[in-house]
Every structure is written in C-alpha cells, then in structure tokens.
Design a protein around this ligand. Structure first.
Ligand code: HEC
Length: 92
C-alpha cells in the first residue's frame, strides 16, 4: 500500500503546484493594459466620468491622494494608477 501511495502523493503534489501557478498567472494584468503609457491611460480613463483634470492643478502629494481615490472609483489596477500619477507629476 505504501508503494502505491507515495507516487500518487508526488503526482498530486505536482498537479496542485501546476494549477496553482496557472491560476496565479491568470490574475496578471493583460499585456494590452500593461503596455499602455500613463498618458494613454489618463486620456482613456480620467474623462469617463468628468473632464480629465490637467496635471498642473494639483501638487505631487495631492496627485498621490487623488490617484488612490480614483483607483476605487475608476476600478483601475495599482499598475495603471502608478503610471497615471507618474505621468501627471511629470507633466507640469
Ligand atoms: C467611475 C467614474 C470616475 C472615473 C473613471 C474617474 N473619476 Fe475622478 N471623480 C469621480 C467622481 C464621482 C468625483 C467627485 C466625487 C468624489 O470625489 O467622490 C471625482 C473627483 C475627482 C477629482 C477631485 C478630487 C477628488 O479626489 O475627489 C479629481 C482630481 C479626479 N476625480 C481625478 C480623476 C483622475 C485622475 C481619474 C483617472 C485616473 C479619474 N478621476 C477617473 C469619478 C470618476
């Protein structure tokens, strides 16, 4: 019985690992989104609900806060917000 059980345990261990990695990968941001620049993401997302605010109206610290705030409203990923905020800070 022990002889049969060991290989089964190894195989199922590998399967669990494999599907674990597969499902972790499926949570990654698609390349189509990742490849977009901050300027692009800003233009596409920040005027969906109101006029896209121009970079110069807030300080860098304020953009950090706005970014967090709009991340929830606009349902953006951390990566997207990071790029948008970096773009806004650099465009003043
Ligand atoms: C889903 C709709 C929606 C999207 C998309 C959206 N906003 Fe907003 N935004 C709002 C609403 C509603 C308010 C005002 C009410 C509030 O502040 O909760 C607001 C307020 C703001 C304000 C005023 C200050 C503040 O933090 O409330 C700024 C600046 C702003 N948005 C910037 C942005 C930027 C930059 C983006 C793109 C990353 C963005 N918004 C995307 C809905 C949105």
């Amino acid at each position: 019985m022990k002889r049969i059980f060991a290989p089964i345990a190894v195989v199922s261990g590998i399967l669990v690992l494999f599907f674990g990695i597969m499902s972790a990968n499926s949570c990654k941001t698609p390349a189509a989104i990742t490849n977009k620049s901050g300027a692009q993401l800003w233009a596409e997302n920040c005027n969906r609900c109101h006029n896209a605010p121009p970079p110069e109206i807030y300080s860098n610290a304020q953009w950090e806060v706005v970014g967090e705030h709009m991340r929830y409203k606009a349902n953006l990923t951390d990566e997207e917000v990071r790029k948008i905020v970096a773009f806004l800070k650099a465009s003043k």
